[in-house]
Design a protein around this ligand. Structure first.
Ligand SMILES: [Zn+2]
Length: 162
């Protein structure tokens, strides 16, 4: 009669694998930068044009500068500034190197790099934000100083603390 009485329930309700529920969607993981409301594409194009225009001017300035310190016929530096009148033993890579070094050591060269950085920020949709407080930098300020990375408030704060 009680034949099957000892037959304990072994199957303790196996947990059915809940795979679908394990996939928790994490939308918030995406970088916040892109979600910040920046300047519109139209504005960014506007800023890009200003930067490209400045870049053109700088490039011309650098070309003029280079000519003024280098005799283009001989390829030697002839400027009055003695530090640039270097006797070139090897005309070639070394000269090219010096030119590049000079270019980036100059004020114009530095500014050129800032312009390049600004263009890069436009491409990355990071342009126009204050790197200190994160707010959008005033349009008027960016038009005047397209390479600005700080809003006016932070800029004045920083220069005061220095
Ligand atoms: Zn700021």
């Amino acid at each position: 009669m009680a034949k099957r009485a000892t037959n304990k329930k072994k199957t303790q309700t196996k947990k059915s694998p809940v795979k679908s529920a394990a996939k928790t969607k994490k939308k918030t993981a995406v970088s916040r930068k892109s979600s910040r409301k920046g300047y519109s594409k139209k504005d960014l194009d506007h800023f890009r044009n200003i930067i490209l225009e400045q870049k053109k001017e700088i490039m011309e300035e650098i070309a003029t500068l280079r000519e003024s310190i280098m005799d283009t016929s001989t390829g030697e530096y002839t400027g009055e500034n003695s530090s640039y009148s270097i006797h070139m033993a090897d005309q070639g890579g070394e000269q090219m190197e010096r030119e590049i070094t000079f270019m980036f050591a100059s004020r114009e060269g530095k500014y050129l790099r800032y312009l390049e950085d600004a263009l890069q920020r436009i491409e990355n949709n990071e342009y126009g934000f204050c790197r200190d407080c994160g707010t959008l930098i005033e349009k008027e300020r960016l038009e005047a100083v397209p390479i600005a990375q700080q809003c006016f408030d932070c800029k004045t704060k920083r220069s005061k603390s220095k």
